[in-house]
Design a protein around this ligand. Structure first.
Ligand SMILES: O=C(O)CCC(=O)C(=O)O
Ligand SMILES: [Fe+2]
Length: 349
């Protein structure tokens, strides 16, 4: 009785937050009972959010288009992904990899199935000691591409990302084809060495960033069922899809983006993508970037995260909050600090 009263009282407090979240980037069908409501989604809540966010993204991209090379823009609009080989001049790329090699840097690790992801956050203090890397982080072509792909002019997050994959073991959830969220958003990688098809490259379904009537019908079906899905990622709003269902949505087959060192890949991860299963033990080191912000706002800038004091600290702030949460509630903070390590060292968790 007391418990049920406490639950009702808590829901009353949370209710306005759930409603407010509908107007933001919140995507979990399980955590937010409004977003997860089968009735509201049958009535079209999820599909309305997709449509509205897509309209807003199209409008914002229109205003960012001038920043980009015309060929890159056309490739992105068509495919949802841009692959730029030989991104840096060879001498600059060599100097970049030499700068990173042998450096011990403060890292975190997360195990997901047979894969371990390492993150070396690149805040201003770390970048001050890595001038070559700092120059890439501020590279105008990389900035323009990620901004256009994300349909945002805001400050991206950067970290050195290492993916350590094993061929056996429970499945890494990233190897299932999925869309990260319901709106345009970007992830980018500058590959610091070759990643052949056998070593767990990025996989993308070209054109799946575009909404087709069939995609919307599929999204509606998923949204009605998502809150009770047994797949926690699906329920959290990163919809999984079987490759066999892609043609029904008007999309082609997934493509493995095997790359040579010094290739930049920028994708809209509303489009379906995955990390290919690695056929052998492999270590994939990249400069990784992403931008995620409120998908409905029409303006490009006005990003609180670009304010002095917050600029470049989004990731540090996120990790700090996660650590606090772990300390006080015993939950959260899946990213374990592992001290200062080399980007290509073996896993610690
Ligand atoms: O690491 C990859 O190749 C893709 C992983 C992924 O799905 C993601 O980062 O959203
Ligand atoms: Fe993803």
């Amino acid at each position: 009785m007391l418990m049920s009263f406490a639950r009702t009282a808590l829901s009353a407090v949370k209710f306005p937050l759930w409603v407010a979240a509908v107007a933001g980037a919140e995507k979990s069908f399980r955590k937010n009972p409004i977003l997860g409501s089968p009735t509201l989604n049958r009535l079209g809540l999820h599909v309305a959010r997709i449509r509205l966010a897509a309209k807003a993204a199209e409008y914002r991209r229109g205003r960012l288009a001038g920043l980009l090379d015309e060929a890159d823009r056309a490739a992105f609009d068509r495919d949802g992904i841009v692959v730029k080989e030989d991104f840096l001049p060879p001498a600059e790329f060599e100097a970049l990899t030499a700068e990173i090699a042998g450096r011990d840097l403060e890292a975190r690790e997360l195990r997901q199935g047979q894969a371990v992801q390492r993150m070396i956050p690149l805040g201003e203090a770390v970048l001050a000691g890595l001038p070559r890397l700092r120059a890439v982080v501020h590279h105008p072509v990389l900035r323009a591409l990620t901004a256009y792909a994300a349909s945002r002019a805001g400050e991206p997050v950067f970290y050195l990302q290492t993916v350590l994959s094993q061929p056996d073991g429970p499945d890494d959830p990233q190897t299932a084809l999925h869309s990260d969220t319901f709106h345009a958003t970007t992830k980018g990688w500058l590959f610091l060495h070759d990643v052949p098809e056998t070593d767990g490259p990025f996989v993308y379904v070209p054109g799946s960033h575009r909404i087709t009537p069939e995609r919307l019908a599929w999204e509606r079906e998923q949204s009605v069922l998502a809150s009770s899905s047994r797949d926690s990622h699906h329920a959290a709003g990163s919809f999984r899809i079987a490759a066999a269902d892609l043609p029904r949505l008007g999309y082609g087959a997934p493509v493995k983006v095997a790359v040579r060192a010094n290739t930049l890949v920028v994708a809209d991860t509303f489009g379906f993508h995955a990390r290919a299963h690695s056929d052998r033990a492999s270590t994939r080191v990249t400069l990784h970037t992403y931008i995620r912000r409120n998908p409905f706002l029409p303006w490009l800038g006005l990003d609180v995260k670009a304010l002095p004091g917050l600029k470049g600290r989004e990731l540090a702030l996120y990790l700090w909050i996660q650590d606090l949460k772990l300390r006080f509630t015993g939950r959260g903070a899946p990213w374990r600090p592992v001290g200062k390590v080399r980007a290509d060292s073996p896993a610690h968790v």
